[in-house]
Ligand binder design. Sequence first.
Ligand SMILES: [Fe+2]
Length: 472
Amino acid sequence: MLDIELVPCANVERATEIFLRGGFVAVEGVLAPEQLVYAQEGARRVVEEQTSATSFDKANRGYARYSFGQQVHHPEWAMLVDLPTILPIIGSIWDNDDFTATGAGGDYSLPGADVQHLHSDMRDPFNDPLQQVNIFDMPTPFIVVNYLMTEFAEVNGAIRFVPGTQRTRLRPPALEDEPEHWKRSIACAPAGTAIVRDVRCWHGGTPNRSDAARIMTSAGCCVGGSSIGRARSTSMRDPVDVFFYLRRLIGRLREMLAVSDSRLLLRQLLAALLMGNTAFWGGAWFIGSLMALLAILALGLVVGVRAVDYGGRVAWLSIFSILGGMIGALLGYLEGAFYALIWGILGLVANAGLGAIIWHRIERMHEATVMRSVNAIIGLCTMPVLVSLPLGFMGLIDLGYSDDVFGVMAFAAVLGAGIGFITGLRSVDSTTIDCSECGEANEIPADAPIGQYRCRFCADSLDERYAGDSGM
Ligand SMILES: [Fe+2]
């Protein structure tokens, strides 16, 4: 275990001295008791949401080890960005008050998580053509403050550090080449402690042998006001105001769906579209009322989302198979009962195969493409309603559209679907990261913490250079 000193947050000088020497410092008294409880409740809520959406074996940092990803939109994380008990320490480390928040996140491990290899959260971005300097020759440009939401002990997978490694040009060894004592170089501290760390200092997770979650949240900041690391971004933002409204709406919808894994969200939405459209056209045949159809579409949406959420791949394949079977049976019915049976079975099997292919394809899509697809589908589903319903109400209160209100609504709905779909497809700024393991290019969203994504070819974690969170 590491012998760490808990420095009171008011002792800025001592905290700075320890940070500059070792690459990190543990600070106490940063959060008031009620702030700690508030942050803990928020962290547990998000842990529950993420773990119910993503099983242990699919966790983004290895078995039962999760990175929160960007969470600054939650007030429990936003509170950590400008704490008056921490800012003077960061200002003193840089001897400069010009620094910028990069976001808030953190990570957690659950019972069963194994030891994590030592790593630095930053690699050299300069590639000096003269080969004279690299990022490890200079003071840190990026600091992350981790807030311990649970007590950190040897048994529950606390973080480990190799002090003093923040300025070395050497790279951390593989797990099997580490000296044994580095695996025990664990930072233990009570809940509420803040660990201010130079992200380059070598660190890693340890096995969680307890029966409870080990959680830490974080807030990060980089020196100066420039947005380093975004140079390769390509902006595709549409200046039209409706786009920003739509993005806010999409954000809200995504929160409501409580799904943090965008691939799962895409599967849910596709399944929902299938269920909704089937119900929609069935309803159109028999009812012929737009309002009733929208209600049926919404019902299909809920059923589709819930099915994939709870049933995973099995429910997804069932939805596709049943839909194929229904279409086959309907087509076969036109030629008689026997053909309905044969075509129904064929449709069922063919669609199950199609479903399996789509499921697999989603897994291999670039992260930015997944997000664009999600936004396009949400836009496609929501915009027709947003555009056509006000017209419907105007028609109902007889403001001059009553003659052909359904025609106007239908036209507006088609227009809205197009706008929603196109704005969704253009909604994500992307950046390209080459996987350090297999060299393949991965297109990921520009404004997200890079470290939370895995390579779509070899599943290795992508470069964490400018991660806004503190993923371990
Ligand atoms: Fe890390």
